[in-house]
Design a protein around this ligand. Structure first.
Ligand code: ATP
Length: 365
């Protein structure tokens, strides 16, 4: 297996910049998810790593070797597409073994490798079945088998679960992670689905308009979003933002928000003139009669173990994830209290985080 290093990778289509100077490293055996909405440059990044698209500038290193201008076939990378075409006239065994046959490998070795791969994917009982009659999940396993059997240096996957229905998708998310835990193959996985990325990846690169907004572990990205875009894209419901024109000076610990004194993360420099946004995730809000930050219940969504209650405040709609054991009337007045240790502060102009309670914990801790 291998590590993948990307340096200032850029792709232009005419005057349009699809990927803007990306830099990241996927360590040996790591699972990286490229996450972002449609059109943000995920597939283009993946295709450049695979050698299917030539970068406009920048470098790609595979296991320390500069492969930027190597052909796809010379990169020892396996690519699993969303609509992976299996050969319908071949059975499962021949579909999985086909890449090895094309390499001219001896039949006995192919047989051994195919059976080993099928056991790994738990499809050894269907090796002699025709692929045309297989269910979606098994077809994906065969497709994965065809990629794994070559034992490539790394795997690139482009929304491989995209065509599966929700139930199968969940099973395959679990299976893919299990598989990764067993074979530790360096993997780059493209998805627009935050749940897939959070559940499977060791690291996530969140992309927006060709730019990597944040690169980090799922925990870092969720708890310490680097930008408002990331805070909004990750989390369901996303982070709440309360905008205010700052009178904040370095060392200030609270602001007056809608007439209530609300704690804020400590900033490092004066931001007196800036427009800022206080960010709080729904699960870090609780209802308290004592709070002077008040609003009217706008609606609620019952989720079994908890509920998401939307509250109309003078500063906008705020969603709180609270225990499900209390019911709320539409229009009912509630007081909102934020966990002061779980807040983030963003500069609205740049969208970047200027402070977060969690950053401070790390700094002081
Ligand atoms: P999706 O999941 O919809 O494919 P994505 O994040 O993978 O989204 P890309 O396929 O990488 O996005 O495309 C990024 C941008 O580059 C899009 O605006 C797309 O239209 C554009 N693009 C991609 N390939 C080409 C091309 N060959 N010529 C011109 N523009 C292209």
């Amino acid at each position: 297996m291998a590590d993948i290093r990307i340096e200032n990778l850029r792709k232009e289509f005419g005057s349009f910049v699809a990927v803007q100077d990306s830099c990241f490293t996927v360590n040996d055996g790591e699972f990286l998810a490229l996450l972002g909405p449609s059109g943000c440059g995920k597939t283009t990044t993946l295709r450049m790593i695979a050698g299917l698209e030539l970068p406009s500038s920048g470098k790609i290193y595979l296991d320390g070797e500069d492969v930027t201008f190597n052909r796809a076939s010379a990169r020892d990378i396996a690519f699993v597409f969303q609509l992976f075409a299996l050969y319908p006239h071949m059975n499962v065994r021949r579909n999985i073994g086909f890449p090895l046959l094309s390499q001219g490998m001896a039949k006995a070795e192919i047989r051994q490798r195919v059976e080993e791969t099928a056991r790994l994917l738990q499809i050894d009982h269907i090796l002699n079945r025709s692929v045309s009659g297989l269910a979606g999940g098994d077809r994906q396993r065969v497709a994965l088998g065809r990629a794994i059997v070559r034992r490539p240096k790394c795997f690139l996957m482009d929304e491989p679960l995209g065509t599966l229905d929700a139930e199968f998708r969940e099973i395959m998310v679990h299976e893919l992670r299990e598989l990764h835990n067993r074979i530790h193959a360096t993997t780059v996985y493209v998805t627009h689905d935050q749940h897939e990325a959070m559940a499977m990846a060791d690291k996530i690169a969140v992309m927006n308009h060709g730019v990597i907004e944040q690169f980090g572990t799922p925990q870092e990205i969720y708890a310490k979003p680097a930008t408002m875009y990331v805070a909004d894209f990750i989390g369901s419901p996303p982070m709440n933002f309360m905008r205010f024109t700052s009178g904040l000076k370095s060392g200030d610990k609270s602001i007056l928000l809608d007439g209530a004194d609300v704690a804020v993360p400590e900033i490092r420099e004066d931001m007196a003139e800036s427009e800022l946004a206080l960010g709080v995730r729904p699960e870090h809000i609780r209802f308290s009669d004592a709070s002077r930050l008040r609003g009217a219940v706008y609606g609620s969504e019952y989720l079994g173990t908890n509920q998401v209650v939307a509250v109309e405040t003078p500063g906008g709609l705020i969603k709180a994830r609270v225990p499900a054991n209390r019911s709320f009337r539409i229009g009912e007045t509630v007081g909102l209290e934020f966990n002061p240790e779980k807040l983030a502060l963003f500069d609205c102009m740049s969208g970047r985080a200027v402070a977060s309670s969690l950053y401070q914990e790390t700094r002081h801790g």
